[in-house]
Design a protein around this ligand. Structure first.
Ligand SMILES: *Cc1c(COP(=O)(O)O)cnc(C)c1O
Length: 365
């Protein structure tokens, strides 16, 4: 017998989630353009209630009733089709835990949210990386990787770290190609950044089918990453399974109050989207003009740009130069993108700095 508690055999092979950096190699604090946080901060309405929300001695509403009602009103969803979580991450965990285990497969595009392989491995299932189509998810390749062992397909749309986006017809085609017992999870963490006419139809699929779950978060365009609030919607049956697995009292009183106020301040969301649209376009054009240096932007619909470095100046050199200039960005060798640097869209002044630092690096090199 071992002298210490022995975890399940697959646990030791899992690495902890790697968050975006906030410090340089020398420990200096950097401006974080590494975690896709909102450069405009948070809604003033949310900040206003955070100071006074809840009594710390009392447990929060275990079912987030007021918040679920408010989300339901905004999106036209019944409350029994909504579940709130400690970030959408908790709900992604619950969904994979509910349906996947040892011997099962979880399919997603090769370049997807770095949490996805961890979700599969934590429950002893195998992550399956479907080949991309020029970095974006390929519906054909996702479907080609579905086997009798497949229990769930994960699609982040827009995608992280690429920023690519599949339109409604493609998401519908993906769903139509899946057997009814395979869960399709559409992770819409960046949906609020999309132009209003761009809708991947995920919410409609989740309203009509028993095997579709959509997740959303307050961490990005709503600017509440620290409060850890997300939500999911699907059939009442699906929501009931996830509800059994989530943590009791999973969303704090502060988180519930701040998210409630944030849902009520759609002007802040619209301002965040407008800012992002403008600065993302400006930064994308800047990178496009550097093709002669081997730089290439991957077209993004999220709040970051994946810049590919295919010339003499490498992504690692760019990451280091930007760190010297005071900015943390996300170099992605661990995600099979050693030539990729994901840069979150910051304020206009921050983007000016980033572009100046890249320009200086390229002029030297
Ligand atoms: C940032 C992000 C999330 C949000 O996670 P939370 O737990 O809600 O903070 C979810 N999915 C993707 C793809 C993301 O990039």
């Amino acid at each position: 017998m071992a002298k210490h508690p022995t975890p399940k055999p697959w646990i030791a092979d899992i690495h902890a989630y790697v968050p975006g950096k906030a410090h340089g190699a020398d420990g200096r604090e950097l401006v974080k353009l590494s975690a896709n946080e909102n450069p405009l901060g948070s809604s003033a309405a949310a900040l206003g209630v955070l100071g006074t929300a809840g009594q710390p001695a009392l447990y929060p509403d275990p079912d987030c009733n007021a918040l679920r009602a408010q989300i339901g009103a905004l999106h036209g969803l019944a409350a029994d089709r909504i579940l709130c979580g400690a970030g959408s991450g908790e709900l992604l965990h619950c969904a994979v835990q509910a349906f996947c285990g040892v011997g099962d497969e979880v399919v997603f595009s090769r370049f997807s949210f770095s949490l996805y392989p961890l979700l599969a491995r934590k429950v002893g299932a195998s992550p399956v990386f479907a080949a991309d189509h020029d970095y974006a998810a390929s519906v054909d390749n996702l479907l080609a990787n579905v086997t009798p062992r497949t229990k769930a397909v994960l699609l982040d749309n827009p995608n992280n770290p690429v920023g690519s986006w599949l339109p409604r017809e493609e998401v519908e085609r993906l769903h139509a190609g899946l057997p009814g017992h395979v869960l399709l999870i559409v992770d819409q963490a960046y949906a609020e950044y999309l132009a209003p006419e761009l809708d991947d139809g995920g919410l409609e699929l989740a309203a009509r089918h028993d095997n579709v779950l959509v997740t959303r978060t307050f961490s990005k365009a709503y600017g509440l990453a620290a409060e850890r609030v997300g939500w999911a919607t699907g059939s009442p049956r699906l929501i009931d399974y996830l509800n059994r697995l989530r943590g009791a009292f999973n969303v704090t009183s502060r988180g519930q109050a701040a998210a409630l106020a944030a849902v009520g301040d759609q002007d802040f969301v619209a301002a965040s989207r407008a800012h992002n649209t403008q600065e993302l376009a400006r930064f994308t054009q800047f990178v496009e003009a550097l093709g002669n240096h081997g730089l290439r932007p991957v077209p993004s619909k999220a709040n970051f740009l994946l810049v590919l470095f295919e010339g003499a100046v490498t992504a690692e050199m760019a990451q280091n130069a930007l760190a010297d200039a005071g900015y943390a960005t996300r170099w992605l060798p661990g995600q099979d993108l050693p030539h990729g640097l994901r840069i979150t869209i910051g304020t206009a002044a921050q983007m000016d700095d980033v572009m100046a630092a890249l320009r200086t690096l390229l002029d030297q090199g």
